[in-house]
Write a protein that binds this ligand. Structure first.
Ligand code: 5RP
Length: 225
């Protein structure tokens, strides 16, 4: 474990938790940085800050429930005031790649639903150009071979994500292709093209969906708006 990174994730999560206000419904992200956020939010709930959570994965749901955060199902949630989630990569224009933890579908639904979105991270996630981290593409199982071939035809390298010796399954029962694009590919255009392929449920490209970035860095927490 990289202690410096973990510290930065923790710092970012703590700073972002300050944006949770009484009575809000909060979209709770997934991944290690979001787990720090959920723990911090749970602590604040225990200290008397009342809010509801709506989770982007079963994992986050379980953690939040174990900390006593009251959770809403989508049909119970009206407004989502704020979503806080991690990223795998983000550029200066706030365009992000997410889904390393496999929760991209619910994450994109919650981020689109929320009135405000904050991405939290350690400084290694801030990049000049997207593309070093493979972009996840969620596909229905039946469509995966077709989508895989079409993506390869684009000159990219799609790899079926595995887990425990079999195809990894998302919370929604779908497969994930992790796609490495050729250098200098415009990821937003490529994601749009992939999104239109029958069988694709969602891509991990999140174009300018957040209004604020909270990053832990070696010189403290940096907030970018
Ligand atoms: C999960 C995600 C995560 O937010 C992303 O992978 C970042 O994870 P971590 O905080 O563990 O680095 O998109 O689907």
């Amino acid at each position: 474990m990289d202690h410096k990174k973990e510290q930065q994730k923790q710092q970012a999560a703590r700073a972002a938790a300050d944006y949770i206000k009484e009575g809000m419904t909060i979209g709770l992200g997934s991944g290690t940085t979001s787990r720090y956020l959920i723990r911090e939010a749970g602590k604040r709930y225990g200290q008397g800050l009342h809010f509801y959570g709506i989770a982007t994965s079963r994992d986050s749901e379980q953690l939040a429930a174990s900390l006593g955060i009251p959770l809403l199902e989508p049909e119970q949630a009206g407004k989502i005031h704020l979503a806080i989630d991690g990223v795998d990569e983000i550029d200066r224009e706030f365009r992000a790649v997410k889904g390393g933890g496999g929760a991209l579908l619910r994450e994109k639904i919650i981020a689109s639903w929320a009135e405000e979105v904050i991405w939290i991270m350690d400084e290694s996630k801030l990049v000049e150009r997207l593309g070093a981290f493979p972009s996840p593409v969620e596909t229905v199982p039946f469509g995966m071979p077709f989508v895989k071939r079409r993506i390869a035809d684009m000159g990219a390298v799609p790899v079926l994500r595995m887990g425990d010796g079999k195809s990894y399954l998302t919370d929604s029962g779908n497969f994930i292709l992790d796609v490495q694009f050729a250098e200098n590919t415009d990821i937003s255009q490529a994601a749009e093209q992939i999104r239109n392929m029958p069988g694709v449920v969602e891509t991990g490209y999140f174009g300018q969906m957040c209004s604020r970035i909270v990053a832990g860095t070696s010189s403290g927490v940096k907030v970018m708006e």
